[in-house]
Write a protein that binds this ligand. Structure first.
Ligand code: UDP
Ligand code: MG
Length: 153
């Protein structure tokens, strides 16, 4: 089953949006298989945003990403990488469509509340960057049909 790494950026913690955003992923049917709070130090940030390290806005981005801890999570589900990117919306909050996380909660090109993996290769790289094997959980969701069957006895 495909997996994606998401990061609740410092602005989503400061603005108390974590639960609301996570709720959207849960309602979609995606499964949380790992989650923790962490601080993105220079080394982690340099790796995670390696593709942006020479951009003029990188120092500012770094200050933002280190202004508070982040919450990192791994979601699992059918086509999860594309599904989550669609739920999240395009990078700049002021361009993202209403109904998407960034479209609904961000007006910024930088403080856009959440990160989501953009490809299977990057997802696996990002997951292994933030999680050890024993921090990811393989479990079955409760089968609701089974519960209903019990009720009918
Ligand atoms: N970013 C920024 N200014 C820019 C482009 C990106 O501050 O002009 C930040 C923004 O927080 C974005 C992150 O860098 O989410 C990573 O950029 P990327 O192009 O990978 O966008 P994403 O995959 O997050 O949509
Ligand atoms: Mg990206």
């Amino acid at each position: 089953m495909e997996r994606s790494l998401i990061i609740f950026k410092p602005d989503s913690l400061n603005r108390a949006l974590v639960g609301e955003i996570l709720h959207r992923f849960e309602r979609k049917g995606l499964k949380i298989i790992g989650m923790k709070m962490t601080y993105l130090d220079d080394d982690l940030l340099g790796q995670h945003y390696f593709h942006l390290k020479d951009k003029p806005f990188f120092p500012r981005l770094k200050r933002f990403m280190q202004s508070a801890p982040s919450i990192v999570a791994v979601l699992e589900g059918n086509n999860v990488i594309e599904v989550v990117r669609n739920l999240v919306g395009v990078t700049r909050g002021y361009e993202a469509l209403s109904g998407t996380v960034r479209g609904d909660y961000s007006l910024s090109g930088q403080c856009n509340v959440i990160h989501a993996s953009d490809s299977p290769v990057n997802a696996e790289l990002e997951i292994s960057r933030f999680f050890n094997h024993d921090e990811l959980f393989n479990y079955e969701k409760i089968d609701l049909e089974y519960i209903y069957a019990e009720d009918e006895l």
